[in-house]
Design a binder for this molecule. Structure first.
Ligand SMILES: C[S@@+](CC[C@H](N)C(=O)[O-])C[C@H]1O[C@@H](n2cnc3c(N)ncnc32)[C@H](O)[C@@H]1O
Length: 289
């Protein structure tokens, strides 16, 4: 059940789902699957696993394959619940996983990760790649993850590093900030997730929300956009970056577009050339205290 205040945001993700699945998922999916494998070997037999903010369900796919391997090896198997507050994302996860023929292992459901309609202490592991970290009430997201975990259960999450360590963020944001009019730039709040872009900040926040034994590691991957223009169009549609652009007039937006396209095209080597950007994130693995 989605609270009314988050409905608008969930609809924005619904509208972005097609672009996200095409452009973002091949990249974040690789990262999400790698995140899953950082804890796969520590899971108990027949683990009950939850994914929060699953997007296209790439991490859930790795979890289902883990269940298949366990069943082949031992005869028993765990289960996977893939959730997102965007019904369109949940539908895409469902169709992504359909071909695995794992209907007895995986379910896909709409849930607001800030208020999960799930029983306390009912999961062995909770995963969230680039999900909880961007919730408006991020602390509620971590606390909900802790609540639904059994004591000692595992949290594994992926969080972007800040622009100084992360070209993917820097290259998108620098030309936007350079071209935004002063009145908008001066009023921009600092993005809340920057508090947890450092490993110390991330560890502190997880401990304050009910986790212990936090391990943070760095993980890098290369994002590819087919052309600079497709990257710009995705930035305009993405519910996170579009907020930056929302108060521009048509003329101001044209100036930002020109700034971004010039910068991205200089990096790709031409308007029809693919753009490759290094992304860097933190993986945090922790246990419910
Ligand atoms: C950047 S995408 C990450 C998707 C996927 N985990 C991945 O790594 O590709 C963020 C996802 O968080 C979901 N999301 C945002 N706020 C949410 C909330 N309050 N509850 C559940 N899902 C949410 C969005 O619908 C979107 O699918």
């Amino acid at each position: 059940m989605i609270a009314a205040v988050t409905m608008e945001l969930s609809q924005a993700w619904d509208r972005h789902a097609g672009t996200y699945v095409r452009l973002g998922s091949p990249f974040t999916g690789y990262i999400g699957q790698s995140l899953f494998h950082t804890v796969a070997g520590r899971l108990p037999p027949a683990a009950r696993m939850l994914e929060v903010a699953c997007g296209n369900g790439e991490l859930a796919r790795a979890a289902v394959l883990h269940c298949f391997a366990e069943r082949a090896a031992t005869g028993c198997t765990g289960s996977v619940l893939a959730t997102d507050f965007s019904p369109e994302m949940v539908a895409r996860t469902s169709s992504n996983l359909n071909g695995l023929n794992a209907h007895d292992i995986v379910r896909c459901e709409v849930h607001d990760g800030q208020a999960l309609a799930l029983e306390s202490g009912s999961f062995d592991a909770v995963f969230s790649a680039f999900g909880i970290f961007l919730f408006p009430d991020r602390h509620a997201g971590w606390r909900e993850a802790a609540r639904v975990l059994k004591p000692g259960g595992w949290l594994a999450t992926a969080v972007w590093r800040g622009p100084e360590h992360n070209a993917l963020m820097r290259v998108q944001m620098a030309p936007v900030l350079a071209a935004l009019p002063d009145r908008i730039r001066a009023a921009l709040p600092s993005p809340g997730w920057l508090d947890i872009a450092s490993s110390d900040g991330l560890e502190r926040e997880l401990v304050s929300c009910g986790f212990s034994e936090v391990e943070v590691s760095e993980f890098d991957a290369v994002f590819t956009a087919p052309t600079p223009r497709q990257m710009w169009e995705s930035m305009c549609e993405n519910p996170v970056s579009r907020n930056l652009l929302a108060s521009c007039t048509v003329t101001e937006l044209k100036a930002v577009e020109a700034s971004v396209l010039e910068h991205l095209t200089s990096l790709s080597g031409g308007p029809d050339r693919a753009l490759r950007l290094d992304g860097s994130c933190h993986f945090a693995v922790a246990r419910r205290a």
